[in-house]
Every structure is written in structure tokens, then in C-alpha cells.
Design a protein around this ligand. Sequence first.
Ligand code: FES
Length: 138
Amino acid sequence: MSVTETRARRTTRVDAGPAEGIVAGRFTMVTAGTRRIGVIRLRNGEVRAIRDRCPHKAADICKGIVGGTWMPSGVGELNYDRHNEIVACPWHGYEYDLDTGAELFWPKGPGLRQYQTETVDGRVYVIVPETRAGRAES
Ligand code: FES
């Protein structure tokens, strides 16, 4: 972990490991201060990092099932899509879009806390803003 002074805010840069180790369908877990963060690859190859805390009742969301969802469709149609882009919470089954962080059926409600990532020299880093007290924020 390294600390970088940016113009806007100080950030903590957390090494999540080799880029080839960040895969679709399974979280790679890292920590920043007291925060657990899950890092995962979407099916389009992009990487997302989310705090391991469900916005509903604070379950460890990264222990949920990563898969797809049933898309809106006509009567009698079953249209499964978005494989490896949705996480279902292990406690109450709320489904969150790993791309945007939004809950699928209440998109204006509280969503997943997402963090920026960057890939440098084949390694993935999570960029975590710090609080004024110098701790990695939630
Ligand atoms: S704690 Fe995640 S859906 Fe309730």
C-alpha cells in the first residue's frame, strides 16, 4: 500500500495483485485500513472494486453469488443475461450491478460503494480516498 498526494484529496493505493489474477466471477479481496474491498473483472474486461458491505443491512456482499440476472421480458419468456456482472447479496438476495454499483430493482436507492482502479505494469491497484484524519474512507 502506498499513499499518494493528489490535488483533490490524499488517496491510498492498494495493490490487488497481478492483472491476470483479477478474474470474472470471483472477488479478489484486499484491505485498506479497516475496509475490506472486493476486486473483480467484468465480462468486458474492465475491473471494478467495491466495499465488502451491502448497503441494505451491511452483509459481506463479496460473499454473495456473482452471476447474471433475469432481464425484463414478455410473459412466458425467460431471458438470462449479464453473466458475471451482478452480485446477489448472501443475506436477502438484493442484486447489485457490479458495473454501476446500483441495486437492480431500486436504482435510485443506495448502491455499492465503488473505488477507482488502475492497472500499472501488469498490476491492479485500488485507489481509496482518505478521510481528513488520514484513514481510508468508507
Ligand atoms: S444485507 Fe444485503 S440484501 Fe440485506
